[in-house]
Design a protein around this ligand. Structure first.
Ligand SMILES: *[C@@H]1O[C@H](CO)[C@@H](O)[C@H](O)[C@H]1NC(C)=O
Ligand SMILES: *[C@@H]1O[C@H](CO)[C@@H](O)[C@H](O)[C@H]1NC(C)=O
Ligand SMILES: *[C@@H]1O[C@H](CO)[C@@H](O)[C@H](O)[C@H]1NC(C)=O
Ligand SMILES: *[C@@H]1O[C@H](CO)[C@@H](O)[C@H](O)[C@H]1NC(C)=O
Length: 261
């Protein structure tokens, strides 16, 4: 997750970038060190990013008397190991790719010999729920149907809506159950009925930050096909067979008794 630029790559990145790119860099200024980031940080020290983005952080010693000092980097308080050539100002850390778990991760750069001389930035990783497309489902009457929509998002979705043919599903009269475990919303129907449950289902995630997203399920309820009940049939045959053998045996005893007479 963490990749430390070599000095050469860093130089290229610092000076090979177009001017407008460099102007976008925001600075976090403390007394002795500061962090420049791409993308730029807000005044509060937050960097907005999406999963799969690349975020690069460059720490500089601003105090001209401390230019030879070594720097340390930490991610949420844990040391980030640096190559020898990356320990002096400017020192660079690259987060590539950004992953959802990087949300709220704080990167701190400090002077090795005086950790109070430090600067920090915090990542904010936001992404919408990944709902899209449609799915075709064919199900027989009396079977159980479960539809699932993954709601994983940051910030969390504020609502999940389920519709059937465009109307909100009727939780009271329609035999539907909706459950949510924070990540997945499930619509469940036990014992589907063609007249009540056939149609177009849609789940919609309402996000406080992103446009609504949704997924469609085309559910076709078909008539129940007669399934050949093989096991009960065999059991039945065995019973019939055993009964007739017993009948013959008891009859044979009677016949045998007769003959003894
Ligand atoms: C450590 O750094 C802080 C902040 O820059 C500074 O105020 C302090 O004097 C420094 N301490 C030493 C021992 O250099
Ligand atoms: C669903 O069925 C329709 C026709 O009923 C078809 O056009 C479509 O490609 C199918 N979609 C999928 C994902 O199989
Ligand atoms: C939903 O619409 C389809 C197609 O118009 C229809 O066949 C089905 O019966 C409708 N479902 C319900 C529960 O009204
Ligand atoms: C999202 O869905 C909710 C509920 O249907 C609706 O009130 C809202 O306007 C929608 N937002 C957008 C951006 O479409």
């Amino acid at each position: 997750m963490l990749q430390i630029y070599s000095r050469r790559a860093k130089m290229k990145n610092l000076f090979g970038a177009p001017l407008h790119f460099l102007l976008l860099l925001a600075s976090q200024t403390c007394e002795a060190v500061r962090i420049k980031s791409t993308p730029g940080a807000s005044l509060e020290g937050f960097i907005q990013a999406k999963p799969d983005d690349t975020v690069s952080l460059i720490c500089e010693i601003t105090d001209t008397n401390l230019q030879e000092e070594e720097l340390n980097w930490q991610r949420n308080g844990a040391a980030v190991s640096l190559t020898d050539t990356n320990k002096n100002t400017p020192s660079a850390v690259c987060i590539t790719p950004v992953i959802p778990e990087d949300d709220e991760a704080t990167f701190t750069c400090s002077l090795r010999k005086n950790s109070t001389a430090s600067a920090s930035v915090t990542l904010k990783v936001s992404y919408p729920p990944q709902l899209s497309g449609s799915e075709n489902i064919t199900i027989e009457e009396e079977e159980d149907l479960v539809l699932e929509c993954v709601m994983k998002a940051n910030p969390l979705v504020t609502a999940v809506l389920w519709t059937l043919n465009g109307s909100t599903v009727d939780l009271i009269g329609g035999g539907f159950t909706v459950t949510n475990d924070g990540q997945i919303s499930r619509l469940q129907i036990n014992n589907v009925d063609q007249s009540m449950h056939d149609g177009i289902y849609q789940c919609t995630a309402v996000s406080p930050m992103f446009p609504n997203s949704s997924k469609i399920f085309n559910v076709k309820v078909t008539e129940r096909t007669m399934k050949f009940p093989l096991v009960p049939l065999i059991a039945g045959l065995v019973v019939v067979l055993v009964t007739s053998i017993l009948a013959v045996v008891s009859r044979w005893r009677k016949i045998a008794k007769c003959c003894k007479k």
